[in-house]
Write a new protein. Structure first.
Length: 154
C-alpha cells in the first residue's frame, strides 16, 4: 500500500509540473483544466495500473506488444496520436513513450477525455481493455476485476 501511495504521489507531482494544464479546445471534448484535477484521488486509474502491470513501468508483454505501467499497445498509441492530430496538436507519442509512466498517464487521459468525456469507470475499462471503438461486454470480466480493486481500496 505504501508503494501504491508513493507511486500515485510521484505521478501526480510529475503531471502537475510537466503538464500543468490540458489546453485542448472545449468543443473537441477537452477543457482547460489542470491535469492534477483529473488525477487527484483517481482510484480508477490506480486500479487499472495495478491490474495491468502491478505498478511496473518496465513490464513488457511480448505476446500482445503491450508495454509499461498501463500496458499500452501500438494500436492505442495510434489512437492517441490520431486524437491529438484531430485537435491540431503537434504532440505525437512514440512507442518508447509507453515505458514512461508520466506519458502513459497522459495518454490514458487523452483517450478518456475524447472517448469517455463523462469518465464513466465501466466505459473507461471497456475502452482500455477492449479497444476503440469496440468496447463491449468482452471486457466485462476486466471491469469486474477493476471494480473489485477500487472497492478493496476504499
Amino acid at each position: 500500500m505504501k508503494k501504491l501511495m508513493l507511486l500515485t504521489l510521484s505521478i501526480f507531482l510529475l503531471l502537475s509540473v510537466i503538464y500543468p494544464t490540458v489546453s485542448f479546445d472545449a468543443d473537441r471534448r477537452y477543457c482547460k483544466t489542470p491535469m492534477k484535477h483529473f488525477f487527484k484521488e483517481d482510484k480508477l486509474l490506480t486500479a487499472v495500473m495495478n491490474e495491468e502491470s502491478g505498478f511496473s513501468d518496465t513490464i513488457i508483454n511480448r505476446k500482445e506488444d503491450a508495454v509499461g505501467i498501463l500496458q499500452i499497445r501500438p494500436i492505442m498509441l495510434d489512437h492517441v496520436n490520431w486524437i491529438l492530430k484531430q485537435q491540431g496538436d503537434s504532440l505525437q507519442f512514440t512507442l518508447n513513450d509507453r515505458l514512461d509512466s508520466t506519458k502513459s498517464v497522459k495518454m490514458w487521459y487523452i483517450v478518456q477525455k475524447w472517448d469517455n468525456p463523462k469518465y464513466d469507470p465501466r466505459i473507461a475499462c471497456y475502452l482500455w481493455n477492449g479497444g476503440i471503438p469496440r468496447y463491449k461486454e468482452m471486457s466485462h470480466a476486466y471491469w469486474l476485476r477493476i471494480k473489485d480493486k477500487i472497492n478493496d481500496d476504499t
